[in-house]
Design a protein around this ligand. Sequence first.
Ligand code: NAP
Length: 279
Amino acid sequence: MKILVLGHKGMLGTDLMTTLGGAHDVIGKDAGDFDIASVSDCRDVVKETGANVVINAAAYTNVDGCETDENRCFSVNADGVKNVALACRGTDIKLIHFSTDYVFDGTKSVPYVEEDACNPINAYGRSKLKGEEYLSEFSNNYILLRTSWLYGKNGRNFVGAIVEKAEKTGQLEVVDDQTGSPTYTVDLAAAVKVLIEGDYRGVFHVTNRGTCSWYQFALKILEYKGMENVRIVPIKSAKLGKGAPRPEYSVLSCRKFADATHKTMRFWQIALKDYMISA
Ligand SMILES: NC(=O)c1ccc[n+]([C@@H]2O[C@H](COP(=O)([O-])OP(=O)(O)OC[C@H]3O[C@@H](n4cnc5c(N)ncnc54)[C@H](OP(=O)(O)O)[C@@H]3O)[C@@H](O)[C@H]2O)c1
């Protein structure tokens, strides 16, 4: 397959390039090569590369930044998806796009399935939901993957932030009232490979297995780093005060993915250990 990865220098994009590069002809484009908010840039970049699969990993992912710059947030995460879908429309190109657990409001207490109603509680979630809606409106050949709590080698993420802060200050306060599933970008990239090499379409939830709070996630990070001596205190989100609100519970059920592909994702603790050994 000839695959175009948009946002190939991002955290997920970099691992997609590596994972898919061994088996396919993969080309990457990122900010600097094109602007996803531009209709003509998207049309040109898709046409030029002659790809038969386009993977859109480009996004504005700063959740707090989205709250203060809704214009940028919607032009990249919503209009950008429409532009890419329109650029692929009327061709045989399959479009792969990523969305987030933050399209849900977090009021459930069992994992969200693909058909659950969306009700985002922050600007990032609203922009990603609008992107989802554009995707289904302007493409009839797509896979939409919702994922959560990503970390990987090629981007700023929670794991790096915890280690950095622990090394600098020797003590941490971490929120304990948000529950989700941390997901290693290498594992997500492998799931993307399975989906594009098979005959799949539609919406899939894909995360590592198991759930935790950010506090429990931080405890594991420190354990694997051999920094159990660092003082870590669980706090409520309200204590952080500012920034975008986050759903309290945003665990995604990956049963549909497992049933369709006969693949199960690794537990998040195993993936984290793997990441920390190789990072
Ligand atoms: N990170 C998470 O925890 C998380 C959770 C759930 C879902 N997701 C979704 O997963 C996907 C990948 O996320 P990620 O964390 O790998 O993202 P990322 O590291 O922030 O990478 C996004 C890439 O898109 C590029 N980009 C931004 N604006 C652009 C524009 N106007 N035109 C072209 N490229 C642009 C960025 O370039 P610059 O860096 O130069 O701006 C960056 O290289 C996204 O759809 C995201 O919404 C992420």
